[in-house]
Write a protein that binds this ligand. Structure first.
Ligand code: SF4
Length: 393
């Protein structure tokens, strides 16, 4: 008789989460000998959005440099940066200066704020063997020339990478990478759909770890892991709990510590968020035919998410967060900003004013990647969640 063993979805999810957890919590990058087959090196990029497809097509592993979390001790960066600079810039500098990122072929940052822009100068001076670049994405995406301008920036970056690796990056290779990343973004959209529709099936922390793994592993491997995870999540039969539905914003650049996400999961269902929004920037597939650079440039404008570092009159600050709240049927929002983050704090003021006018309950929090004490924050979240439950009872 052929006895069939029941497939254990929970065990499968645990296996995938363990792999993602290990990748997501590691600020090291794979050394040359650890690189997956087919890759010739790594190229680091700073948040928020970066066209990873161009780097992937060059057979370099794109690694999103997200600072050092709350385990990194700063020895060199503090002597070189003012104390008013956000934590992710300081810890990224530390990782460059202490040799952790020494194996990368290069590092690309963006003018999302003054602090991030200046990382390129620090890199060029201290790691002269690496390609050090600022990718200038437009401040005004509504200008008629914006897509053409972005395409020319992408071509410039492509040329710099070609010089660094010593061979050209073909259009066909970029189109192939776009296909692989389109699959990834579809899977991430499905993950977020489940969180909106059945938030008891996957916590914010689990979803975050699943997503963040892409910052250290090839997109192909990430696609396979996400597919396995989504299948297991769909089969999960966990009971819905009496928790308010919350939208969380403020995690677009510097990342809140995992413990902060866990404190929110304990008290709320986080039904939407802007964590690592750059990894899932496109709201629809990027066209897979035609000029791939144009497809990426145009998509940056016409099929993209909103964030505090992009000014787009089609995505007004007041509008996109309200849409997130409405689409996720949220009871309220947690509006955070990383300490010393100018774009985040600006946005927080605009959001709070608008929520006051719309009578939407919200909690304002500040975080820092290196924070290690969460009791007070957990208590604030718990009190906020209880007040919401009381109001909607
Ligand atoms: S956290 Fe804010 S201030 Fe710091 S680099 Fe990012 S956008 Fe700039």
């Amino acid at each position: 008789m052929n006895a069939q063993v029941a497939y254990d979805h929970e065990a499968e999810l645990t296996t995938v989460l363990e792999r993602c957890n290990a990748a997501a919590r590691d600020y090291n990058i794979p050394s040359k000998s650890e690189l997956p087959e087919g890759y010739i090196g790594t190229l680091g990029h700073f948040p928020v959005y970066f066209p990873e497809e161009i780097v992937h097509a060059a057979k370099l592993l794109p690694v999103n440099i997200l600072g050092g979390g709350n385990k990194l001790e700063l020895k060199y960066a503090d002597a070189r940066m003012g104390s008013f600079i956000c934590s992710i810039c300081r810890s990224t500098t530390e990782l460059g200066l202490n040799g952790t990122l020494g194996d990368m072929a290069g590092f690309v940052t963006h003018p999302i704020c003054d602090a991030a822009k200046h990382l390129a100068g620090i890199w060029a001076r201290n790691l002269p063997d690496q390609l050090s670049q600022i990718l200038y994405l437009p401040q005004n995406v509504n200008s008629p020339g914006a897509a053409r301008y972005i395409a020319s920036e992408y071509q410039r970056l492509r040329g710099e990478i070609e010089k660094k690796i010593g061979h050209t990056i073909g259009d066909e290779a970029i189109r192939n990478s776009i296909q692989i990343y389109n699959v990834n973004r579809r899977l991430l959209r499905e993950l977020y759909r489940i969180r909106r529709d059945e938030p008891w099936k996957v916590s914010c922390t689990e979803a975050y770890l699943l997503m963040r793994a892409r910052t250290r592993i090839p997109c192909e491997e990430h696609n396979a892991l996400l597919s396995r995870a989504l299948d297991a999540i769909r089969h999960r039969s966990l009971p819905a709990q009496d928790k308010p539905r919350i939208v969380f914003v403020g995690g677009f650049c510097e990342q809140p510590p995992i413990e902060m996400l866990e404190a929110m999961d304990d008290n709320c269902y986080i039904v939407d968020d802007d964590l690592l929004v750059g990894l899932r920037w496109f709201t629809e597939d990027v066209p897979e035919t035609g000029d791939p650079i144009w497809a990426l440039a145009e998509s940056y404008i016409v099929r993209s998410e909103a964030s505090p570092v992009q000014h787009d009159e089609n995505k007004p600050k007041e509008g996109y967060l309200l849409d997130m709240v409405k689409n996720a049927k949220a009871d309220g929002a947690i509006l955070t900003a990383a300490k010393f983050c100018e774009p985040g704090l600006d946005e927080q003021i605009a959001w709070s004013k608008h929520f006051d006018a719309e009578n939407i309950p919200y909690l304002v929090l500040e975080f820092e990647e290196k924070m290690t004490s969460f009791e007070q924050m957990a208590m604030q979240v718990e009190t906020f969640a209880e007040s919401l439950l009381f109001a909607i009872a």
